[in-house]
Design a binder for this molecule. Structure first.
Ligand code: SAM
Ligand code: SF4
Length: 340
């Protein structure tokens, strides 16, 4: 307890007054899909296994973060479910004092086998990436993924109570924009939270960015055209930067995440840990801070976390007029290496 009172923690507030309580951990850069906006067709140069943080090392960072006020953890990647013995990590993180919410972002392919065990181990909820409800388009976007497996993964997550189940859908002109009505229909029929996400100029595998990007205003217009009223709603647990809406008679909700057309950096509360142990305070900028030199020393890890926040930029540079120079698509890691 400090003089400000129990539970009040000033340790993870950055230079812009943003309180940070959320750590996203990339547990691997490997993946069983090859989404066109994320990885090259042959994958990207993989991080050598010896450079990937061990679970014990990840846990050290989680504990240091929790001591400073981190309350929410998300496991991501790459595809987190391809890393061996992930249940062990889930179980151990769920036990760290102070951690209140443990979630995962996954492509859902391996969920039919693992959802129930993950829930038992302490995972609370999942975000499942699904950019198309058409098998051929899904296969094209993921370079070979099987839509049926993801749909089975969504059902498995719902059955296991990994709720709220959120669906991440990156909107891309000419690829899936014509499916917005189908995704809105999913919200009408199932208790899922479909979050449309603006396509971001991340990594350099994405030669189609310029012609594919579509602002999320398109979702509002499509709903209006269909006569579906988007009513602002209380966000589901862990909604982060998503604006949430209900549809009349819908079982789920619609979320809009628009990092480009209307960025939400002023409310940013997150830090990222890459698979090979680098802390990033912003998805966009190149700045990275290796944790390895501080491993084995809780005090040094805490000091590093605070230093990373001290240097955190005010905003990303992806939006037009961001004041950060031209968009630099090649300036960043690919998303599978950053942990989306
Ligand atoms: N493999 C898991 C998955 O696909 O859910 C977790 C990692 S993936 C990098 C995390 C999220 O980042 C996914 O929802 C994916 O759609 C999103 N993502 C990847 N590249 C993106 C981009 N260029 N723009 C917007 N979202 C992107
Ligand atoms: Fe794999 Fe996820 Fe990247 Fe797709 S978005 S290639 S599923 S890491």
């Amino acid at each position: 307890m400090n003089f400000l009172g129990e539970g009040y923690n000033v340790a993870l507030i950055d230079a812009y007054g943003r309180k940070h309580d959320y750590l996203r951990i990339s547990v691997t850069d490997r993946c069983n899909l090859r989404c066109i906006y994320c990885m090259g067709a042959d994958g990207v140069k993989q991080i050598p296994p010896r450079e990937i943080l061990s679970y014990e090392e990840i846990l050290q960072v989680v504990k240091a973060g929790a001591a400073l006020g981190i309350r929410r953890i998300r496991l991501t990647g790459g595809e987190p479910l391809v890393r061996k013995d992930l249940l062990y990590l889930v179980r151990e993180i769920a036990r760290v004092p102070g951690i209140e919410d443990l979630a995962m972002t996954t492509n859902g392919i391996l969920l039919p086998r693992g959802a129930a065990e993950l829930k038992q181990a302490g995972l609370r909820r999942v975000n499942i990436s699904l950019d198309s409800l058409d098998a051929a388009v899904y296969s094209r976007i993921t370079r070979g993924g099987d839509l049926e497996q993801v749909l089975a993964g969504i059902e498995a997550a719902l059955a296991a109570g990994l709720a709220p189940v959120k669906i991440n859908t990156v909107l891309m002109k000419g690829l899936n924009h014509a499916e917005v009505p189908a995704f809105l229909n999913l919200v009408l029929e199932k208790p899922v939270h479909v979050r449309f996400i603006e396509y971001m100029p991340i990594g350099d595998h994405d030669r189609g960015y310029g012609r594919r990007y579509l602002p999320l205003e398109y979702i509002r217009k499509t709903a209006a055209r269909l006569g579906l009223e988007l009513t602002p709603a209380a966000p589901p647990v862990g909604a982060g930067p998503a604006e949430s809406f209900t549809l009349p008679g819908g079982k789920g909700t619609v979320g809009l995440i628009h990092p480009i057309s209307a960025h939400f950096c002023a409310g940013c509360n997150r830090l990222r840990l890459t698979a090979e142990g680098r802390l990033k305070s912003c998805l966009y900028w190149q700045d990275e801070h290796p944790v390895r030199p501080a491993l084995g020393d809780a005090g040094a890890l805490q000091a590093l976390l605070q230093e990373v926040l001290r240097l955190k930029p005010g905003r990303h540079g992806m939006s037009p007029g961001a004041g950060a120079g031209p968009v630099r698509p090649g300036a960043m890691r690919t998303m599978n290496k950053t942990g989306g």
